[in-house]
Write a protein that binds this ligand. Structure first.
Ligand code: 3ON
Ligand code: FE
Length: 500
């Protein structure tokens, strides 16, 4: 804690920036062990594997990368079995990772400003980006896939996490083709007679942008694929689905490639937010026979992540985490020195898209700084009551995530469990107690919040990470268990749980 003189009006912060920074140290080592330092008890009924992805390296042998989104993907896997838990982590052995580790230096430019040593001359006209496979990891159709939105997935062996190679889904993807890091699973897809379908997309930006939708059956085969063109450049990280639609937010940005071409900035640093321009909401049918897209304009804002969307009479309702503007990456800055107070927080908004009148109405649901939303897997695209996400410790202002929030959308009640002052939060994952009850048989048994919320928490006091298991029914209770790892896991991005 910082010390302020008595009577000072400066509020005490819930965190110390030095503590937060250490969560961004590289983890070079790969581990494989049973977790035996456990507070509380791991529920016997909790069976399955939590996979996490995120940047494992924030430097290449001491040469710092410019932004965490440029860090090499490292998969962590925590397997729960009969009240015990096993940890393993492995880097995705992309060709570029192997080359750079061998050379002991940065050989590739990153999208978010990492440059090869040697100044702009060494980087100019160098368009070969590194597929770092660092954003998400899913288990689908018997395959474990590490995802990064600007290129094809990497397939891994689910148990050993050994890298098996790039995945093209039987030649459906071409070399270097994008496959986003934010697939959504429709638990009961009407087009597939109620079987689950994994829906994903790819973005090919340009003067106009091509959005391709992919749907994969439970065997992991792409069974539907359709491409659509929308006017203008688009940077789209996530989307939402309903039983009939895919919904995208085309945030108001422009792309000026010149500094990228000249080797002065990363491609992601050439994106500029345009507050005077509207956000375009793009609605595309999931039925490939239905051509054309619907575009509705609304006030500006920047959205990375959506929580969920539902169809309601003439409306699509979509809950999203919205920033006032794009938090732009600055070329000459060190992300570790970020001034949290100078940035605007992401907040949870509900957008009502009226498809008849083509109007949008928005309401603020949660004003606390929040990110990384999740919900019950069977509620994706359907009316839902609860969502979970990371949140700041303090109710107002912008700050690192130190807490987990549960929001009851029916009552408007919110619950918070905070790991402040030493703990720092990441994406929570909701795991239902009784999975795989078909929607036709009543869907969720025991209530939508009957289950656990799992997340990694970085504990700066011991420079290690904990796997925290919260009772989803009550965040005000102490965690059911806290599993202390032997090391830290750098702040990650996304992951998933599989009970298979
Ligand atoms: O011209 C295009 C521009 C562009 C930005 C070309 C492009 C397709 C190569 C491209 C690439 C985009 C990529 C690779 C985006 C990757 C994003 C990423 C790895 C992560 C995004 C994370 C978002 C959020 C909101 C994270 C929040 C984190 C915290 C609150 C935790 O500390
Ligand atoms: Fe994301």
């Amino acid at each position: 804690f910082q010390v302020y003189e008595q009577g000072s009006t400066v509020p005490e912060k819930s965190y110390n920036r030095g503590d937060w920074q250490r969560g961004y140290e590289s983890l070079e080592k790969e581990f494989d062990y049973w977790i035996d330092d456990v507070e509380g008890e791991i529920p016997q009924e909790l069976q399955g594997t939590l996979f996490r992805n995120g940047p494992g390296l924030l430097d290449i042998k001491g040469q710092r990368i410019h932004h965490p989104f440029d860090g090499d993907g490292m998969i962590s896997r925590i397997t729960f079995s009969n009240g015990r838990a096993h940890f393993r982590n492995r880097f995705v052995r992309t060709q570029e990772y192997l080359e750079e580790q061998k050379a002991g230096k940065i050989l590739y430019r990153g999208v978010f400003g990492t440059q090869k040593p040697g100044g702009w001359l060494a980087n100019a006209l160098n368009f070969k980006l590194k597929n770092i496979a660092n954003t998400n990891v899913i288990y689908w159709g018997g395959k474990l896939l590490a995802l990064w939105e600007a290129a094809e997935p990497y397939r891994l062996e689910p148990y050993t996490l050994e890298t098996l190679g790039k995945e093209y889904f039987n030649g459906v993807l071409s070399e270097g083709e994008a496959f986003s890091a934010h697939p959504r699973v429709d638990f009961s897809c009407a087009q597939d007679n109620g079987a689950p379908s994994l829906v994903n997309f790819s973005i090919k930006p340009g003067l106009s942008t091509t959005i391709t939708i992919f749907e994969l059956n439970t065997e992991g085969k792409i069974v539907r694929q359709h491409a659509h063109s929308v006017p203008g450049f688009a940077f789209i990280h996530d989307f939402a689905i309903t039983p009939n639609y895919c919904i995208f937010f085309q945030n108001p940005v422009t792309f000026n490639p010149i500094p990228f071409v000249l080797g002065m900035r990363g491609a992601g640093e050439c994106i500029k937010f345009q507050p005077e321009q509207p956000t375009r909401l793009i609605i595309i049918s999931r039925n490939p026979k239905q051509k054309g897209v619907k575009i509705i304009e609304t006030r500006a804002g920047f959205v990375f992540h959506h929580v969920n969307a539902i169809e309601r009479e003439d409306e699509i309702v979509i809950d999203s985490l919205c920033y006032e503007s794009l938090p732009e990456v600055q070329p000459e800055s060190d992300f570790r020195q970020v001034d949290f107070d100078a940035l605007k927080p992401g907040q949870l908004w509900r957008f009502h898209l009226n498809l008849k009148d083509e109007t949008v109405h928005r309401e603020l649901l949660v004003s606390r700084c929040c990110e990384f939303p999740t919900l019950h897997p069977q509620k994706v695209g359907r009316p839902y009551r609860y969502l979970y996400m990371g949140g700041a410790h303090a109710e107002s202002g912008n700050a690192p995530l130190q807490a987990f929030m549960k929001v009851d959308l029916e009552s408007g009640k919110q619950q918070l469990w905070s790991a402040a002052p030493h703990g720092f939060a990441s994406e929570p994952i909701f795991v239902p107690r009784t999975p795989h009850i078909p929607a036709s048989q009543g869907g969720t048994k025991g209530g939508e919040d009957d289950g656990w919320v799992l997340a990694l928490v970085y504990d700066s006091e011991y420079h290690r990470s904990d796997v925290v298991i919260l009772d989803a029914k009550d965040f005000h209770k102490e965690p059911i268990a806290r599993l202390h790892l032997k090391h830290h896991v750098p702040y990650g991005l996304h992951g998933s749980f599989t009970s298979e």
